[in-house]
Design a protein around this ligand. Structure first.
Ligand code: OFO
Length: 168
């Protein structure tokens, strides 16, 4: 059975995943408005992924017979100022989320809740994927000039992103 602290931590993480989904959603809409439909499509797909992460936690809490608490999702941060900045913000957010996940892992370890500890390992590995993905994209942009990327380079980056794999 899930303890009160673990239930609260999982609910908080569930809301964090929903928040991440909203962040991707808002950046996707922003990218689309800027004319970058490929990047927008990548970000919309990722918004769905984060929602799936949220559902994964909801299902786990329910499966363990504990209570799911759906609360308000904080508003996403301000829009990025450039495509490069967009992925920098995404990377920072993913690192932040990794730290939040580690806290749940730590807590489940401390409570010797091995089922939750095991459940959380999927998220640990998923964060490795997502941080690497964001880092790779930032590297790609860096090679193409980073903040000073030419419109040609941005154009082809956007085109690539339309069909880019969401996995590393
Ligand atoms: Fe961005 O990943 Fe969820 O956990």
């Amino acid at each position: 059975r899930l303890s009160k602290t673990i239930t609260a931590a999982l609910n908080a993480q569930m809301t964090k995943e929903a928040h991440a989904s909203q962040i991707y959603l808002s950046y996707a809409a922003w990218a689309d408005e800027q004319g970058f439909s490929g990047i927008a499509s990548f970000l919309f797909r990722h918004a769905n992924e984060e929602r799936n992460h949220m559902m994964k936690i909801v299902e786990y809490i329910l499966k363990r017979g504990a209570e799911v608490e759906v609360i308000a999702i904080p508003a996403p941060p301000e829009n990025p100022v450039s495509i490069n900045n967009c992925f920098e913000k995404i990377f920072e957010h993913e690192v932040d989320n990794t730290n939040a996940i580690y806290k749940v892992v730590k807590l489940s370890h401390a409570e010797e809740d091995w089922a939750t500890y095991n459940f959380m390992q999927w998220f640990v590995m998923e964060q490795v994927e997502e941080e690497t993905l964001a880092m790779n994209l930032l590297d790609k942009m860096k090679i193409a000039g980073g903040e000073k990327m030419s419109s040609d380079a941005l154009y082809s980056f956007d085109k690539d992103m339309a069909n880019a794999s969401d996995e590393v």
